[in-house]
Design a protein around this ligand. Structure first.
Ligand code: CTP
Ligand code: MG
Length: 222
C-alpha cells in the first residue's frame, strides 16, 4: 500500500446532543470510530492509519482500535483543522498519498477509499468525493427574504475521504492562514486543482440524531 489515512475524530459532537465525544458514540453497539477504521483498513491500498482522538481519550482509543487495525493515535486539537495537522505530523514521508477521512463518516466503504486513492495515483494533486445537490438552493437575506435561486447543476455536496499527494496537503496546511471546513479548501487556496470523483450515500456524515437512525438502517443494507 502507498496510502496513509488521517482520521480526525476529536470533535465533541455538539449537534448530536449531550453524550460522549461523537467518534466514541455507539452505532449498532460499536463506536463510530471503530466502524470508520474498520472500513479504512479494509481498503487494500491503505498502509498507515493515524487517528486524532480527543486529548483525554488517546489511551482509551489506542486500546479500542488495537484489535481492529494497526493504528497510531495522537491528541487532536480545538478545531478539525488542528486535529488533521496533528495527525499529518506523524504520517511517514514515504507514503505517496494521504486520505483525510472524518470519523463521523463512519460508513464510507473501502471502495470509496480506493477510488479516491486511484484518482490521486493517476496524477491528481487533490481528489474529493462529491454528490449532486438534491434540494433547490436559495440565497436568502438575513431577514428571510429570498434573493434568488442558485443554479444547482453546478453545485456538489462534498464528502470524505479526500485524497492528496502528501506534499500538497502538507504545503496547504502549512500555508493555511485561516480556518477551512475541508482539506481540499486549503489546497484550493494554494491555487492547485482539485477534482471530483463520485461520492457515496454511505459516506454521509453523522451530525444530528436523525443521521444515527439512518446509519443504523444503512448497516442492514451493506
Ligand atoms: N473533529 C476533530 N477535531 C475537532 C473537531 C472535529 O477531529 N476539533 C472531527 C470530528 O471528530 C469529526 C470530523 O472532524 O470526525 C467532522 O467534524 P463534525 O462532524 O463537525 O464533528 P464534531 O465537531 O464532533 O460535531 P459538532 O460540530 O456537532 O460538535
Ligand atoms: Mg464540528
Amino acid at each position: 500500500g502507498d496510502v496513509a489515512v488521517v482520521v480526525p475524530a476529536a470533535g465533541a459532537g455538539v449537534r448530536l446532543g449531550p453524550g460522549a465525544p461523537k467518534a466514541l458514540r455507539l452505532l449498532d453497539g460499536e463506536p463510530l470510530l471503530v466502524h470508520a477504521v474498520r472500513r479504512a483498513a479494509a481498503a487494500p491500498s491503505v498502509r498507515v492509519i493515524v487517528v486524532a482522538a480527543p486529548a483525554a481519550e488517546v489511551e482509551s482509543v489506542r486500546v479500542l482500535l488495537a484489535p481492529i487495525a494497526p493504528v497510531t493515535v495522537v491528541a487532536g486539537g480545538a478545531e478539525r483543522q488542528d486535529s488533521v495537522a496533528a495527525a499529518l505530523d506523524v504520517v511517514p514521508d514515504d507514503v505517496g498519498i494521504v486520505l483525510v477521512h472524518d470519523a463521523a463518516r463512519c460508513l464510507a466503504p473501502a471502495d470509496l477509499f480506493e477510488s479516491v486513492a486511484a484518482a490521486v495515483r493517476d496524477g491528481a494533486d487533490a481528489v474529493i468525493p462529491a454528490l449532486p445537490v438534491v434540494d433547490t438552493i436559495k440565497q436568502v437575506a438575513t431577514d428571510g427574504t429570498v434573493l434568488g435561486t442558485v443554479d444547482r447543476s453546478v453545485l456538489r455536496a462534498v464528502q470524505t475521504p479526500q485524497g492528496f499527494r502528501l506534499p500538497v496537503l502538507r504545503a496547504a496546511h502549512a500555508a493555511a492562514a485561516d480556518l477551512h471546513t475541508d482539506d481540499a479548501g486549503a489546497v484550493e487556496k494554494l491555487g492547485r486543482p482539485v477534482v471530483c470523483v463520485p461520492g457515496s450515500d454511505f459516506a454521509l456524515k453523522i451530525t444530528r440524531p436523525l443521521d444515527l437512525a439512518l446509519a443504523t438502517h444503512l448497516l442492514t443494507l451493506a
